[in-house]
Design a protein around this ligand. Sequence first.
Ligand code: CAA
Length: 392
Amino acid sequence: MQIGIDQLAFYTPNTYLDLVDLANARGEEPDKYRIGIGQSEQAVIPVTQDAVTLAANAAIKVVDQSNRDKIAMVLFGTESGIDNSKSAAIYLKRLLDLPDNIRALEIKQACYGATAGVQFAADYVRLHPDKQVLVIGADIARYGLHTPGEVTQGGGAVAMIISAAPRLLNLDDETAFRSEDIMDFWRPLYRSEALVDGRFSENVYIDFFKAVWLDYQNQTNRTIADFTAFAFHLPFTKMGLKGLRAILPEATETQQERLKANFEASRQYNRQVGNLYTGSLYLSLRSLFDNAALKPGQRIGLFSYGSGAEGEFFSGTISDQFKAQKSRQWFKTFFSNRKRLDVAQYERVFSQTLPQHDVYLDTSYDDARFVLTGVQHDQRQYLDRDQHKVTE
Ligand code: CAA
């Protein structure tokens, strides 16, 4: 029985910053950002979007009457949680109007949370093949104005349905993972921006990738020749390129050309969105699905990395039911319709954080279906515009 990713949708707000504008404002060479970092644009997240609304706006694309009653769990990977106790999954479950007889919980381990969700979901579906699991990766990547990490900000959400007989990717059973207590990137409870030891974090990412890749090969006897493409966690797209380059010498020249071309396909969307932490690997997978010429049966390798640190290398084969480039046109239209903010506008949006008292937010400039309308009695207020009702 094949288990894997049946649906994979994405959401990010309709405002962005062009990184040439940011480079000019910060006195950096635009090519440092475009080539050295590998980013062209980054999503700018308004205060009316949080991890819950980002997730709801993505998830509504993969949940409908055909699968609503099959969903047994909502596993919400995030490091941008809105509450120290209550999980974002519970809010999401209500916004999506899912039935009550489900499990809904949040998973945190930096950018690795969604991958934990995918693996736990796959294990569950192996035992309960008539059920589905909704897995979310939703985050807002914030380092701060005028910091080295600023160029690697972004945000958004992916929503995936894990099921039997999946229409996108059949997950292989073998997987290699590793965890170690490392201070490369962290965010204490009192901070809204991450702390990071930038260059160190890049080195740990590569070390973890090499270690789990070796472990995976030892487990499976597969080699780089068995892979059509790799998708990486992309905090910025050059990071994935560095990962790929670390193993490319294991491939023949022809294989290298194919892997490099497919890597370009896998980073197109991330280049325009920036880091979305735990969803980044899966946005890259979506980009690969839409922009590479993939065929059923071809094997894809996936590297997930969450600072702090947890890494996992796993794989899957393209499903027989795979429909190539399904959402490519949607992304094209979406990116060309986004509103470009200048640096002053971006800085204003970035600096607008949710106050710790009752507030009504102006949502008129946010075109999302699900929005955060404010806070009342320390409770976030959400609006589903299609239902025209305030949920609390
Ligand atoms: N043209 C082309 N390239 C240029 C250039 C130019 N004019 N000027 C500089 N560059 C290149 C540099 O040579 C360098 O390339 P290499 O990395 O290949 O050496 C690259 O641009 C970046 O330059 P710097 O290293 O000088 O950049 P920086 O010191 O300003 O910081 C950074 C870069 C460390 C990535 C910083 O943006 C950062 O801290 N980002 C956040 C941390 C991060 O994303 N870490 C990734 C691993 S952790 C993780 O994956 C989890 C997660 O999501 C956070």
